[in-house]
Design a protein around this ligand. Structure first.
Ligand SMILES: [Mn+2]
Length: 177
């Protein structure tokens, strides 16, 4: 199985169209969205290309492939326009390791859940792969609104590799797990 992991779209139609291109290139079996899908959020303000309704139409077209975590900007009304469900976290095995996917505002490198091997989250808009207390902690970064001079980024996870890539598909960091 190949998973594509994307976070913090925040209503950007431009980067959602970029995501469609990435899906065509990477050909994942499943697409994991780590939350903050539509709403720009008070700290981000309005930006050009902000179009939550069009973003939702594109995401709904992938509903059968989607695994979705609820972000701190995802409200009940956002779930109403979505043809898929949101969960606070998703935990399952990939390549015999226990992966835990969540938005990141509660569980993150400073608050790692018990009994897992890999923690994957977004929220901070800065992509990285680090290790803490024997757990691999992976941040996908944001596809739309990266912070601290990091790239517009996403993750690819298969049975043995976790790759952090920029939106042109270049590998930023990679770890064998
Ligand atoms: Mn967030």
């Amino acid at each position: 199985m190949k998973y594509l992991v994307v976070s913090d779209i925040h209503g950007s139609l431009f980067y959602t169209k970029k995501l469609v291109e990435i899906i065509k290139q990477e050909k994942p079996n499943k697409i994991i969205l780590l939350g903050d899908l539509y709403y720009h959020g008070p700290r981000n303000g309005l930006f050009s290309g902000y179009d939550p309704m069009e973003v939702s139409k594109i995401l709904n077209s992938y509903k059968d492939e989607l695994i979705v975590c609820r972000g701190n900007c995802d409200a009940e009304v956002d779930e109403m326009i979505s043809e898929f469900t949101f969960s606070d976290h998703h935990q399952f095995e990939i390549g015999n390791k226990v992966f835990y996917f969540t938005h990141g505002h509660h569980q993150n490198i400073d608050n790692i859940p018990e009994g897992i091997d890999v923690l994957v989250y977004g929220h901070f808009h800065t992509g990285f792969i680090k290790e803490n207390k024997g757990v691999i902690c992976v941040n996908s970064g944001s596809i739309s609104l990266p912070k601290n001079n990091t790239a517009h980024s996403y993750l690819v996870i298969d049975e043995e590799l976790i790759s952090l890539k920029d939106i042109e598909g270049n590998i930023i960091e990679e770890v064998k797990y």
